[in-house]
Write a protein that binds this ligand. Structure first.
Ligand SMILES: Cc1cc2nc3c(=O)[nH]c(=O)nc-3n(C[C@H](O)[C@H](O)[C@H](O)COP(=O)(O)O)c2cc1C
Length: 180
């Protein structure tokens, strides 16, 4: 089965980015793609800051990336860019760690003004890691995601439709394993 790892670069799970992530998972699963989520902020901070390649937590996390066919990079926009939290983890991925994978960037921002941040800041890093197939970005503004009283999130249909469109594109372009 095709596998996707969703790397969430927020500083918390209580962000509207989590609502977008949940919809992205749903859209990929609807295409028969298995999903797993990795919250970078749950990796020990010292291992991230000290770039501790020998850390068991880091090795487990990078192994999950290595096993995946699809890497979904999720980030809030902080200071006109993706988060430093996400970068600390990307720095720990081996050189060419994104080779032969489809990379799907997703961002949430307070304004549409930083729509291109992913193109000028995140996509070059994915390329440096060997990615040759990076999809269009799904950029959501935080007004499109409502935090619900029960702890859930309501994401606007327009944003869900864009996630579903990219998931269908990814399913079409991901490797198909044919049983002999
Ligand atoms: C430190 C910080 C910096 C931010 N910088 C920007 C920014 O430059 N551009 C932008 O559109 N949104 C910016 N935002 C807003 C967030 O991208 C976004 O709305 C948020 O992560 C989603 O909201 P929530 O996590 O509160 O649910 C910033 C937020 C924080 C906390």
């Amino acid at each position: 089965m095709t596998k996707a790892i969703l790397i969430n670069g927020s500083n918390t799970t209580f962000s509207r980015l989590t609502g977008v992530q949940q919809q992205a998972e749903k859209a990929l699963q609807a295409q028969d793609i298995e999903t797993e989520v990795l919250y970078v902020h749950q990796i020990p901070a010292e291992d991230l800051i000290l770039a501790n390649f020998g850390s068991e937590a880091v090795k487990a996390a990078t192994a999950k990336v290595a096993e995946a066919d699809i890497v979904v990079l999720l980030t809030p926009i902080y200071k006109a860019s993706y988060t430093g939290i996400l970068k600390t983890f990307l720095d720990l991925i081996p050189q060419k760690g994104f080779e032969n994978k489809i990379i799907f960037p997703i961002a949430i921002g307070g304004s549409i003004g930083h729509l291109l941040a992913i193109d000028y800041a995140l996509k070059p890093v994915a390329s440096a890691l060997g990615a040759s197939h990076i999809t269009h970005t799904v950029y959501v503004v935080d007004q499109q995601v409502e935090k619900l009283a029960d702890g859930g999130y309501k994401v606007q249909e327009e944003a869900i439709a864009r996630l579903e469109h990219q998931a269908a594109y990814i399913a079409q372009h991901s490797k198909v394993t044919v049983q002999a």
